[in-house]
Design a protein around this ligand. Sequence first.
Ligand code: MLC
Ligand code: AMP
Length: 504
Amino acid sequence: MSNVLFDAIVAGREHGNGELFIGGAGADTDDQAFLDLSARMAAVLLDRGVDPGDRVAVQVSKSIEALALYIACIRTGAVFLPLNTAYTESELRYFIGDASPRVLVLDPQKRDMGERLIGPSQLLTLDAGRGGSLMDRASASEALLDTVPREGSDLAAILYTSGTTGRSKGAMLTHSNLLSNARTLVSCWQFSSSDVLLHALPIFHTHGLFVACNVMLLCGGRMIFQPGFSTDAVLEALPSATTMMGVPTFYTRLLADKRFTRDSVSHMRLFISGSAPLLADTHREFEARTGQRILERYGMTETNMNTSNPVDGDRIAGTVGLALPGVEVRVCKPETTTPLPAGEVGILHVRGPNVFAGYWQMPEKTREELLEDGFFITGDLATIDERQYVTIVGRSKDLIISGGYNIYPKELELLIDELPGVTESAVVGVPHPDFGEAVVAVVVRDGSAAADELNAENVISALADRLARFKQPKKVEFVSELPRNTMGKVQKNLLRDTLSDSFV
Ligand code: MLC
Ligand code: AMP
């Protein structure tokens, strides 16, 4: 019997020249070494009692070995659960409690924390320098011989995505969700074994892991695997690349550097942007500087990719393009499933083989967002024009996207409201030149003695242990009351207007 995703990856690699990585730390890891490492890691997981369907939670730095661990999970039938390296112990405690992983893999420096979270017997470690107990055991292990069979409907991964209530939800993605979407992207974006992808994204989210790595694994191409985004390192590696994927911040940072010129990218086949809105101005400035048009696409953790501008054809600035083959999109009035006429703003729904299997252990939440007719309610406000191009015009969900990371205001508001001296708070996203949007907390003090002590620094430091750094407010404003409408609802749009010049 087959393992749907793993078999496709093995077949994909056969199109290539035997190398998955070029440059840097990966130069000596060819396909065979990479797959062999994943087979030995798989044996370690089985030895730790990982059964098909068990979750393997992983919070480690980006490395080739971390990617091999993803493949190891797929081959053992485990459910890969990657976690943002910025998450604090308090955030991890929630994910571990919710997902009950069989094994947790952490950086060796976080061993004590891991023992507190899950105990020593279920803990393994891995660092970006090929160290840690997982690597030690994998080196001493025989490679797993028999890949565990998995069908298309079996889970391959759970990725947590924050929720409007402040509670993160685990999006369950099946083998066929991941495979169908990656195959569609290989074909639509014309990826082949001659492509070299400049990979500077993190590999714990959909964009860097499934969009970037699955596509390259399947097309037989190669990757320049960088630990994170650095303008210098990207400029240095560009001559060896043919394509790049990034969040809009990558492109605004490149444009801010005079070394980024038409000549430096004339050999590039494709620049792709997603995870957050690419300003039409950035799109135009990029074209004016380089002569190339960024291809913008639109996706979500729950759905992988839904729409894309075409490789051949009109890439329209400010739009996210057309529904991908096999994916249906409709724009409906809130609370209905009636599609609106072309050009009218409504909630975007999507349906297709890419759409996830539901939220982990949240059947009600799943029913609310994944409709009986198979459409998923994205919570994004959009229009579809006469040519079927989709434009994302806003969000009906209270969500901030900063540098491509999602931040749900409710999670911060609940923590800030608990602080001594605080009556209430409202957290909003305001324009930021680097991150697109930045988090601002607006706080109302109560009349207590604790309120007299309260300032921006101590609000932020009170959050430090509980929230990843990227979620923490870049600014805290104090007001005597929050603006409310006649229904008593906080008018965040007014706060956003008042604060719109905070960072520009
Ligand atoms: C870092 N910081 C951020 C931040 N990233 N703050 C807000 N938003 C972010 N995204 C913090 C740092 O902790 C630091 O805090 C300060 O901001 C400046 O850090 P930096 O050194 O300038 O940041 P850097 O390390 O360069 O990271 C910026 C970045 C990174 C844009 C390169 O955030 C990134 O790689 N983003 C990609 C996110 C992504 O992959 N999203 C895909 C989700 S999947 P201080 O105060 O300590 O200095 C998805 C689906 C889809 O959305 O459609 O793709
Ligand atoms: P995530 O939950 O991290 O997967 O983020 C998904 C959200 O990112 C979507 O619901 C959109 O709001 C946003 N998003 C992704 N790509 C784009 C894009 N190209 N333009 C605008 N918003 C985007």
